[in-house]
Structure formats: C-alpha cells, structure tokens
Design a protein around this ligand. Structure first.
Ligand code: ADP
Ligand code: MG
Length: 261
C-alpha cells in the first residue's frame, strides 16, 4: 500500500473499537532518596479511530510517562492498557512517536533517518527507500534527502521526525510537545501544514494523541482535550472541541477568537 492508499484506508469507515483503552493506570517511580513518586494515579482514557486528542498539563505532570505507557515502552505500575482490545505487553506495532527534541541520528542523512523506522519492521531495502521518499515528499522535504540534520533548521529537523514516524503508516501517532522547541513562526507553519494534510486525508494515520502545554495549540488542533493535573497526574477534565473542521480553524476570524480567549 502506498502512502495515499494508506491514508484512505485509515480514514474509511465508521469509528470502531477504541485504539487505546487505559483503565486505572498508576505509575510510581522510585526517587534517588529511595522514596516513591506517584506520577500517574488512576488514569483512564480511550482514543477512538479518527480523532485528534490533546493531553494538556504542566511540566512534570506525567504526560511523557503516559505516552511511553501507551506505546508499550514502559509497563505501568498498575492498571490495564489495551491496544486494539488486546493487553499491551511490549512495544506496540502500529504506534509511532514524534519527540520534542526530534531525536534524529546526527550521523545519518535525512533519507537514512526516515528509512530507519522501517528497518525494525523487516521491510526490504527497495521498499524502505520508496516509502521513505514518499514520506519525505509528503512532509515537504523533497530535495533534502541527502542532507544531514546539522545542515537543517529546527523546523526541517522536526519535519524529518514526522517523516520517520509517518513512514511506518502507524494507526496512532503520539506527538510529545512536537512544536515546543521551535520558534513561534516555524511552529505555526508546521502546525498549519499538518492540519492541512490531516484535513485533506493525506496523513497515513488513523488517530493522533498530542501532548502540549499550549492551550491555543490544543484548541486549534484537537477534537478533544484531556487536562492532566500535577503530582500525581490525574485526568481532571475533558473538553470536547465542538468547533469547525480543523482546516477551518485556520480562518483568521476563528484565529482572532482563539487569540482573545
Ligand atoms: P511531563 O512530560 O508532563 O513533563 P514526565 O512524565 O516526563 O512529565 O515526568 C513526570 C515526573 O516523573 C517528573 O517529576 C519526572 O522528574 C519524573 N520522572 C520521569 N521519568 C522518571 C524516571 N525514569 N525515574 C524517576 N522519575 C522520573
Ligand atoms: Mg514531557
């Protein structure tokens, strides 16, 4: 399946069973003085197909921890985590992540950084290349395939981060403050490009969970926003963003309303 077919496939049909289902999740870290730090307490949430969900909370409230648990990278201390109805016991296929710090390999080119997402899945080399080029084109980086990360601006580096996540055609994309290391204008451009791709049905993904501490960003991008408290992190509120289709949210009148909030 190419990237366009994948995008269509992911967006066809009615929402089905939740992709992610967390119930009573608790996470406790052991501090260096030997005492316990309860980071997440009794967190329950679901993510359905087709939605963009925001996770909004202060620094240190456990947002990144929650993403790692959802991705199967960290076993929760207690509670249940299900991916497509099945208990999660290790890293989930079908989930990709974009990080605040880009997390690129400096010694690899753009193309190699993107292809690496497919290596672990055992995709043959020729297919890896074809899919990497598709993802690079989609995210607006064509012409930069053989550049190294240090030759790119922050915004372009994060585009590589996105291409590397999209190349696997994940069902769920987890984004951990993907715009917070970028300057305001660069962040805005990348956000707009993503909203455009999403609204046009060109992203080969089904749902997005985005961590942010920027309320304007959450309102602009998400269908639903979960607000997490600090120490311990609990879901305190859920806001349904019953607003125009994401694309229309770029309308200047709507932007003015958000600016005025
Ligand atoms: P957020 O992403 O909301 O800023 P994190 O999930 O990164 O929050 O961290 C939540 C809290 O857990 C912080 O106080 C952090 O210092 C602590 N923490 C995170 N990872 C670990 C770890 N591996 N061991 C101990 N404490 C941790
Ligand atoms: Mg974090």
């Amino acid at each position: 399946m190419n990237i366009v077919e994948s995008a269509k496939f992911h967006r066809s049909g009615e929402p089905t069973a939740p992709l992610v289902d967390l119930s009573g999740v608790r996470q406790v870290y052991r501090k260096s003085d030997g005492s316990d730090l309860v980071v997440l307490d009794n967190v329950s949430l679901t993510i359905a197909g087709g939605e963009i969900v925001g996770l909004l909370g202060r620094s240190g409230s456990g947002k990144s921890t929650l993403l790692r648990i959802i991705a199967g990278l960290l076993p929760a201390t207690a509670g249940t985590v299900r991916w497509c109805g099945k208990p999660v016991t290790g890293p989930c296929e079908g989930i990709a992540m974009v990080f605040q710090s880009f997390a690129l390999f400096p010694w690899l080119t753009v193309l190699e950084n993107v292809e690496i997402g497919l290596e672990a899945l055992g995709v043959p080399a020729a297919e890896r290349r074809r899919r990497a080029i598709e993802a690079i084109d989609l995210i607006g980086l064509d012409g930069f395939e053989s550049a190294y990360p240090k030759e790119l601006s922050g915004g372009m580096r994060q585009r590589v981060g996105f291409a590397r996540a999209l190349v696997v055609h994940p069902r769920l994309l987890l984004m951990d403050e993907p715009f917070s290391s970028l300057d305001v204008l660069t962040a805005e451009t990348l956000r707009t490009d993503l909203i455009d791709l999403w609204s046009e049905g060109r992203l080969p993904i089904e749902s997005i969970l985005m961590v942010t501490h920027n309320i304007e960003e959450a309102v602009l991008m998400c269908d639903r926003i979960l607000i997490i408290s600090s120490t311990p992190g609990r879901i305190m509120a859920e806001i349904k963003v019953d607003l125009p289709h994401p694309r229309n949210r770029l309308d200047p009148v709507f932007r003015q309303i958000v600016d005025d909030i």
